[in-house]
Design a protein around this ligand. Structure first.
Ligand SMILES: Nc1ncnc2c1ncn2[C@@H]1O[C@H](COP(=O)(O)OP(=O)(O)O)[C@@H](O)[C@H]1O
Ligand SMILES: [Mg+2]
Length: 223
């Protein structure tokens, strides 16, 4: 078996006296689709923040793409996030006054890698996700369209892992299924893994594994 993309053991995360992660383990294999579920406030977003190296204040062993996160410098972690991971946040975090393509290209503009190739990749992924490449500010787009812009931004760098925190919250069932049809076919084509916080039974049934976070620990559930 190949090395897992992400492997975590004895993860502990507390906020003052509140223990959100109480020594849980987690692994993510190449190309796998893992769903995380659990009640509101149980710590799913906190878990994704730790696994996504966005939150350095935890204890336990966390290895991502062979990098020991606790020992890595902040620039090594930034590189890991930029080159290895893509994120879809719950409220998308799009800049409302920028167009779809400008939102997607923003990280490249900041990191000085805004080349013709990156622009072509961004246009291709937009097209693939069925979005217009025009100057409409994303604040005028529907929620489903904004969701697709956020997905395109997460995937433009060809990450090995896509992390998504309740990406379909407040989408209707049809848009939710459409989104996962698209993400799943892209996953099969490009081979990235998905870890997503999800609730809908229909979508959960598509995951390779479903984990329920309960009292600080992930439990394997049947998909
Ligand atoms: N920055 C923070 N400071 C203090 N408490 C927090 C912080 N972030 C989250 N929490 C608390 O941690 C718990 C888990 O939150 P969260 O991970 O957002 O849950 P979920 O995503 O499962 O709804 C909640 O009780 C929440 O209030
Ligand atoms: Mg959450």
């Amino acid at each position: 078996m190949s090395e897992p993309l992400i492997s975590a053991e004895s993860l502990v995360k507390t906020f003052d006296k509140l223990t959100v992660l109480g020594g849980t383990s987690f692994t993510l294999g190449e190309g796998e689709f893992v769903a995380v579920t659990g009640k509101s406030g149980v710590g799913k977003s906190t878990l994704l923040g730790v696994l996504g190296t966005l939150d350095p204040a935890f204890t336990g062993d966390l290895t991502i793409n062979g990098v020991n996160v606790a020992e890595a410098s902040s620039s090594e972690l930034a590189e890991l996030r930029r080159e290895f991971m893509g994120f879809i946040f719950q409220d998308f975090h799009l800049l409302p006054n920028l167009s779809a393509i400008d939102n997607i290209l923003l990280p490249a503009v900041f990191s000085g890698t805004d080349t013709g190739q990156v622009r072509a990749d961004a246009a291709a992924i937009l097209l693939r996700l069925g979005l217009r490449n025009d100057n409409t500010p994303t604040r005028f787009l529907s929620r489903g369209e904004r969701q697709r812009v956020a997905s395109a931004r997460a995937l433009v760098n060809n990450p090995r892992v896509l992390m998504a925190d309740e990406p379909t919250a407040s989408l209707d069932e049809e848009s939710e299924e459409n989104l996962f049809d698209m993400l799943d076919s892209l996953r099969k084509e490009k081979g990235f893994a998905i870890i997503a916080v999800l609730h809908s039974r229909k979508i959960l049934s598509r995951a390779d594994r479903v984990l329920e976070l309960k009292e600080g620990v992930l439990h394997e559930k049947h998909a």
